[in-house]
Design a protein around this ligand. Structure first.
Ligand SMILES: Nc1ncnc2c1ncn2[C@@H]1O[C@H](COP(=O)(O)OP(=O)(O)OP(=O)(O)O)[C@@H](O)[C@H]1O
Ligand SMILES: [Mg+2]
Length: 342
């Protein structure tokens, strides 16, 4: 396991399962939570991916509970009954599915963002397939990583969008472009492009991007039924304003959804909590544009935020703003909502 990583209960996905009909199968499994590959060989034809992934997770978990470290082995051999079981350590190249492509950053004059080495990140802890929470120079951050070849393009797009927003803010703008990116566009900035020194990345190439941890996403917050979502009309107004600003700079978010929106708690004395956007630039299939997606997000908020429904007038205003956004009319949407909570 990466030396700067904290253990997390395994989240195993099966990436391929080579079946020899009637005889055996060999599955490639990846523990996303601890970022490690395993191979599972079974002396029977097993199609059930849930069984394969839970078998790998069970053995990795059991080893960790007994030894407080990830197993030295990377290959599990067993039967369809699950016993007996033996463990083997094969060369990494035999088990890992390598990242074959790479991305360079920091050498061109147009590369505007700072870089940092992967080993400067501490306490990496799994959030999701592509994201880890971590500490960087004492700051609470998120590392969004190139985990597979398919992640290279979206990471590059995220970098280029931040660069174009920094250009839009301009050298005459506020000195702290990252704070301005949050204020003006409601977009979480990239603090640094992370450069990998060793596998799985080609040394000296991009491993991912580092952002401030901006709060929980709305999907996670909505799951906690005991805590009503504390979203206000003012926050919705501000988000609509931010997305309109993005569009004015020629930037499309491409996937405005509740799971790509985080609620950033108030920081400092005059600041208040904000809704801010993450995961920019990769346009989702069938996406209908930012305005319509934002309208749908407003309706999602009406459904999930009791405080927005309690007051008939507020509910009507959010509804009207969503209807205007469905027509891609940002101005009417902004006029419908109040810039400050009553
Ligand atoms: N800056 C951030 N602050 C707080 N949480 C974040 C931040 N960036 C990412 N996350 C969390 O990590 C999750 C995944 O990040 P993101 O949406 O950028 O990637 P994704 O391409 O959707 O990847 P995945 O397939 O892992 O969902 C988000 O849904 C959110 O919970
Ligand atoms: Mg996302």
């Amino acid at each position: 396991m990466e030396s700067n990583r904290r253990w997390h209960d395994p989240e195993v996905e099966i990436f391929s399962n080579l079946i020899t009909p009637g005889t055996c199968c060999s599955a490639e499994a990846y523990d996303l939570a601890n970022r490690r590959w395993y191979r599972l060989d079974v002396d029977a034809e097993v199609q059930d991916e849930d069984w394969l992934s839970s078998t790998v997770a069970k053995h990795v978990r059991e080893f960790y509970s007994a030894n407080e470290k990830v197993p030295p082995w990377n290959t599990i051999k067993t039967t369809a009954r699950g016993s007996p079981v033996t463990f083997e350590t094969k060369p990494d190249g035999y088990v890992d599915r390598p990242i074959t492509k790479s991305l360079s950053y920091g050498l061109e004059p147009t590369d505007k963002l700072p870089t940092t080495a992967f080993d400067q990140l501490e306490n990496l802890t799994y959030i999701s397939r592509s994201a880890d929470r971590c500490t960087w120079h004492g700051k609470d951050c998120v590392f969004k990583r190139i985990e597979f070849d398919v992640d290279i393009k979206p990471i590059m797009t995220e970098i280029r969008i931040r660069e174009s927003l920094i250009n839009a803010i301009g050298s005459a703008g506020p000195a702290d472009a990252n704070a301005e990116m949050l204020r003006r566009f409601l977009v979480v900035p990239v603090l640094a492009v992370v450069i990998g020194k060793s596998k799985p990345w080609k040394p000296g190439t991009v491993a991912g991007i580092l952002m401030p941890f901006a709060g929980q996403d709305l999907e996670i917050l909505a799951r906690d039924a005991d805590l009503p979502l504390p979203i206000t009309e003012h926050q919705l107004w501000d988000l609509v304003r931010g997305v309109r600003e993005l569009g004015k700079c020629g930037v499309e978010h491409g996937d405005i959804k509740y799971w790509n929106t985080v609620l950033q708690p108030a920081e400092g004395e005059d600041a208040s909590a904000k809704l801010v956007l993450i995961d920019l630039g990769s346009v989702a299939p069938g996406y209908d544009g930012d305005a319509k997606a934002l309208g749908a997000l407003l309706l999602w908020c009406l459904e999930h935020v009791p405080a927005l429904r309690e007051n008939q007038a507020t509910m009507a205003k959010v509804d009207a703003a969503a209807a205007a956004l469905a027509e891609e009319d940002f101005d009417t949407a902004l006029e419908s909502l109040s810039p400050a909570d009553a």
